[in-house]
Design a protein around this ligand. Sequence first.
Ligand code: NAD
Length: 370
Amino acid sequence: MTTNRKVLMLPGDGIGPEVMHEVSRVIKWMNDNCGTAFDIQEGLCGGAAYDAHGTSLTNETLTEAMASDAILFGSVGGPKWDNVPREERPEAGLLRLRKEMDLFANLRPATVLDALADASTLKKEVVSGLDIMIVRELTAGVYFGEPRGTDTLPDGTRRGFDTEVYTQTEIERVARVSFELARKRSNKVHSVEKANVMESGVFWREVITALHAAEYSDVDLLHMYADNCAMQLVRNPKQFDVIVTNNLFGDVLSDCAAMLTGSLGMLPSASLGAPGPNGQRKALYEPVHGSAPDIAGQRLANPSAMVLSYAMMLRYSFDMCEEAELVEQAVQNVLASGLRTADIKQERTAPVSTDVIGDALLSELSKLTG
Ligand code: NAD
């Protein structure tokens, strides 16, 4: 099939191929029944690529990734590759992809589906109906800033240091993604930093405030310190719509928000780059979870996070919002029917396998479109 919707699938390691298999079935079903017409290529990344080619990402796969409209990524890593050279570790393949594609905006939705409101460790009334989008800057900040390292002080004791650094451009581009997302949601952005104690935080606030005034004054903008944000996420998470923050705070806050929702097996993500000449952004979609070596090969993995990552691809790379909602509704209906993998199973019900969830998803898609 020739289309302009080229998608590269990189299933990776562990449960990656198992959950990706269920997405392949959903894509085939939608190609056959909804005219989505995706042209899917498959490649190796992570440990699987290392075993086949001695590197976690070949130049050929990278070239294919750069030429694709979107990437669907499973997960990489596992104890099998613990002793391979650091630069060829499975995770290095994913980091190289993110870097080469300059995927600077990491979108992590924290959504509590009705059927799972009881799975959160917080009270049901605090989380039911929750729908937050955390936008984490992914390619700059303290994880990349120079200088970094360790040295020895004149008195002979040692010190370790990293540098938090953001340019105006780096802040503006991630803020733009956030304001534009908010316009399609509840029109509210919380910008999170530590302007009370960090110079880079003062600068972050200045840049966001100026951009808001110049281009996005129709969106509600609020500023919040990162420590307060962590507290508010647990106290009253429904006050948030879109949260935009730097790499370090985003790392911590998105994991905190993730646990409001109950299970790793339910959480999708997207990483977006700058728009190309046709307006389309480079993009990679992946579940938040890893390769789960403890359950790999046992058909125990919950494929929902991977399937919901595909739904994010439909929405953010191809503007196919109706199709995205269809997939999300099918996931909700399967959960509501009581079918659960072990990670989210309810008391007194037996867990089902990955492929049973896949079968149920296809059957829900048929019902919803029938
Ligand atoms: P993990 O997310 O793989 O697993 C954590 C726990 O959650 C495990 O008990 C696992 O069984 C469970 N779990 C995860 N996903 C699940 C799913 N879909 N269904 C049911 N249960 C699920 O994290 P980890 O154990 O810390 O890491 C395992 C490997 O994955 C490591 O090699 C790590 O480096 C790698 N990893 C990769 C990525 C990525 O590819 N982006 C992300 C995180 C971890």
